[in-house]
Design a protein around this ligand. Structure first.
Ligand SMILES: O=CCCCC(=O)O
Length: 457
């Protein structure tokens, strides 16, 4: 039987490598190793943890070309985007190596009862369940903070990027990290449940679909384990009449078409005020019609394939079903006739509730545009979603943008820029986009025992 853990190059449609899933004995052994190492790692000095993690980040930079090629082969993003992702991943790891000690310093409390302070202690072995769309940076933002905090981690990546998962672990081996601090688990999705339930796993962080998140979080909850969920999104991008069209175009290109639109924080609903609508539609149509879509290893390629045949089929179904119900295709809308899983970059307008383009997350290069009378109508559409990850607002009236930002139901609002991430800025959502935060100081605080020490007077 063919393995479900495999590299299937989405640019060619060819299987390049298959992997055998670990047995449950192997999985348990690796979790035991992580648990055993935790007994000493938890008391390791910040200086020593930092030295290990700095070497991991350096290895990543040294091996950037090989790692970027693996990302592109396994999930299809253009090579130049993969290289940026490797740099970014190394930066995240450096950020926590440099700042963890300060973030986790004891906090003295004001009390008349005596001397009291809170110590931030690690809690044990954490499971990360990470997706394919950013194979390295998603792991970095999990492993970087929590290993620096003194936890140890095991990691399950999506089944379509096994070589990226293995390569991430190789960075730790090359850095001389102690065995057990980081372990990649080659396991199929169905084995995740038993890992969450393993008594030596004390917390889980998942980035992925709503369905996967609900399942993993319910198992974690049943076993009294904390979880962080970073799930889907249908981020609104509100464009007001006085917006700078260049910023709006940059925001659309980087915020909707980068990574072939396969980002949780992609601007999936672009809501444009009527005064700037025609100019925007003209410019975005011209851009989309001139995009170079194709081989992601070529330097001049703007967009590669989507991740899989099933992802492509789902996108085509979402487009076609919406069109049947009255949505209009301004550009694209079809599969590109070549090997691999390529979708024409697509522009859709006239989208109404009841259409998949309105009701569902569109995880691909489909620019969905709404025309609205004013900011109030824009806000109504923006908040009409079960998701609440990010949002962006484009206007030259920054004061007004900040007022609107407080009325958007989301975990992040960017003004005059696409939603993105940065080591020092918190990342996460509300509603069905999940809970908890990654990155920044907030990210390292998720899996800790905040222990009170109180010395009575
Ligand atoms: O799919 C979500 C990944 C977030 C992308 C980013 O880090 O900007």
């Amino acid at each position: 039987m063919a393995s479900s853990i495999r590299t299937l190059n989405p640019a060619t449609g060819k299987i390049e490598k298959e992997f055998q899933a670990y047995t449950s004995e192997e999985i348990n052994q690796y979790i035991d190793d992580a648990h055993n190492l935790y007994q000493s790692w938890r008391f390791e000095s910040f200086e020593n943890r930092k030295a290990v993690m700095k070497r991991v980040a350096n290895e990543m930079r040294k091996q950037k070309a090989r790692l970027a090629a693996l990302i592109t082969t396994e999930m299809g993003k253009p090579l130049h985007e993969s290289e940026i992702e490797i740099e970014y991943s190394a930066n995240i790891i450096d950020y926590y190596a440099d700042n963890a000690e300060e973030f986790l310093a004891d906090v003295t409390l004001d009390t008349e009862k005596g001397t009291a302070y809170v110590v931030s202690e690690p809690i044990g072995v954490l499971l990360g369940v990470m997706p394919w769309n950013f194979p390295f940076s998603q792991i970095a933002r999990f492993a970087g903070p929590h290993i620096m905090a003194g936890n140890t981690v095991v990691l399950k990546t999506a089944s379509n990027i096994p070589q990226c998962g293995i390569a991430f672990e190789e960075m730790f081996i090359a850095a001389g990290a102690p065995k057990g601090v980081y372990k990649n688990l080659l396991v199929a999705g169905k084995d995740t449940d038993s890992i969450v339930e393993n008594p030596k796993i004390v917390g889980v962080s998942l980035t992925g679909s709503e369905a996967a998140g609900a399942l993993v979080a319910s198992l974690a909850g049943k076993n009294i384990k904390p979880s962080v969920l970073e799930l889907g999104g249908s981020d609104p991008m509100i464009v007001l009449d006085d917006a700078d069209i260049e910023k709006v175009m940059n925001g659309t290109i980087n915020g909707r078409l980068r990574n072939a639109g396969q980002a949780c924080t992609s601007s999936k609903r672009i809501i444009v005020q009527e005064g700037i609508y025609d100019e925007y539609l003209k410019q975005i149509t011209a851009y989309v019609n001139n995009m170079k879509v194709g081989d992601p290893t070529q330097a001049d390629t703007n967009m590669g394939p989507v991740s899989s045949e099933s992802a492509l089929e789902k996108l085509l179904d979402q487009i076609n079903q919406s069109v049947e119900k009255g949505a209009e295709i301004i550009s694209g809308g079809k599969r590109i006739d070549r090997d691999g899983f390529f979708l024409e970059p697509t522009i859709l307008t006239e989208i109404e509730p009841g259409m998949k383009a309105y009701d569902e997350e569109i995880f691909g290069p489909v620019v969905c545009i709404w025309k609205v009378k004013d900011a109030e109508e824009a806000l109504k559409i923006a908040n009409d979603t079960p998701f609440g990850l990010g949002a962006s607002i484009y206007t030259e009236n920054v004061e007004y943008a900040q007022k609107l930002a407080r009325r958007v139901d989301s975990g992040m609002v960017y003004v005059n820029k696409q939603v993105s991430s940065s080591p020092e800025l918190p990342f996460g959502g509300t509603k069905h986009s999940g809970y908890g935060r990654e990155l920044s100081k907030a990210g390292i605080l998720e899996f800790l025992n905040k222990k009170l020490v109180m010395i009575a007077k």
